[in-house]
Design a protein around this ligand. Structure first.
Ligand code: PEP
Ligand code: MN
Length: 340
């Protein structure tokens, strides 16, 4: 941490800052310039709160120089992390697509969806049994029966399953159904108790970006999971809120290179919840992969017009197949492989 003193700071004021730094077990290195004195706090600076130093007399500003997130930071782990989800790799050169319906509905719908996912060459399947809906009066998901339906349909096609965990109280059932990847939705990104709980597991977690979260808040949310021992985290940019009302959210493509710079963990995008319309999905998906994303979480329904949730944004099985062709070509240009 760097503490910049005011021009008029006295020796006593400098000494007070130094003693506060030493009290926390850090070393203080004083650099006296012609204009100002700058004090460097050397050691584990997470122990020091810049706000407490900011308030001391003679201090102009105290700021961290080391990132507040550690385990997820590339600074501490320069190489890309490659995660293995039931034999399917994501990260580094490996791109994975996750597809399936917004929500689990019926055994028949899940069977058709699983077949379509497999036929498109996609290796991982999504589907929500519990849905976080804006209105309490709309469909909330089929619940635990959905996990059963999902598991069965996906097992028939040999697909690992990705599903959203809304509530820590559901975790036992998720483990019972051997959920392969836990999704933490945009509304739960800062549900710290939920994050801590999935942090105690070894199961990979897709951490969606809060719809109004900054990059730093998102990285800190991931750090909650990682600090519990679970480093199997995939970031998912799913669109953020802006003043624009034409589309559901704005896909923040800029976040992809930024996240790739800040973290060694895989970063994927969700083009479905970003645009909110099926016709935008292919364009946003291509942009995401071209910008360096490690994969997609994309909604597909065997019969989109009849979907119980997010019908407008679901692509058809044929559209998923076509999209896979485009993405394979883009991946090749970038020297990466897709869906291995
Ligand atoms: C979903 O993936 O179906 C979902 C609810 O996503 P989000 O949390 O991004 O809204
Ligand atoms: Mn959805």
């Amino acid at each position: 941490m760097i503490i910049v003193m005011n021009k008029t700071a006295t020796e006593e004021q400098i000494e007070l800052v130094v003693s506060r730094i030493k009290d926390k077990g850090l070393e203080a290195s004083i650099s006296k310039g012609t204009e100002k004195t700058v004090i460097g706090a050397v050691g584990d600076e997470r122990l020091l709160d810049p706000k407490l130093l900011d308030n001391l007399p003679g201090v102009e500003q105290a700021m961290h120089i080391v990132k507040p997130y550690k385990i997820v930071a590339r600074e501490w782990h320069p190489k890309d992390t490659v995660l293995d989800i039931k034999g399917h790799l994501i990260g580094g050169k490996h791109i994975q697509i996750v597809s399936g319906p917004c929500s689990v509905e019926t055994p028949e719908q899940m069977k058709k969806s699983a077949k379509a996912v497999k036929a498109a060459g996609v290796k991982l399947m999504r589907g929500g049994a519990f849905k976080p809906r804006t209105s309490p009066y709309t469909f909330q998901g089929v619940g635990f029966d959905g996990l059963e339906m999902f598991r069965k349909a996906a097992d028939n096609e040999g697909l690992p399953i990705v599903t959203e965990l809304l509530d820590v109280r559901h975790l036992d059932k998720f483990l019972e159904h051997k959920v392969d990847v836990i999704q933490i939705g945009t509304r739960s990104m800062q549900n710290f108790e939920l994050l801590r709980e999935v942090g105690t597991l070894k199961i990979p977690v897709i951490l969606k970006r809060g719809m109004s979260a900054t990059i730093s808040e998102w990285l800190m949310a991931a750090e909650y999971i990682a600090s519990g021992g679970n480093h199997n985290i995939i970031f998912c940019e799913r669109g953020i809120r802006t003043f624009e009302t034409y589309y559901r959210n704005v896909l923040d493509v800029t976040a992809i290179p930024v996240l790739k710079k800040e973290t060694h963990l895989p970063v994927i995008i969700d083009p479905s919840h970003a645009g909110g319309k099926a016709w935008m999905v292919a364009a946003l998906s291509r942009a995401g992969i071209a910008a360096g994303a490690d994969g997609l979480l994309v909604e597909m329904h065997p019969n989109p017009c009849e979907a119980w949730c997010d019908a407008d944004q679901a692509i058809t099985p044929t559209e998923l197949k076509d999209l896979m062709k485009d993405l394979t070509a883009i991946a090749k240009i970038l020297g990466r492989n897709i869906s291995n």
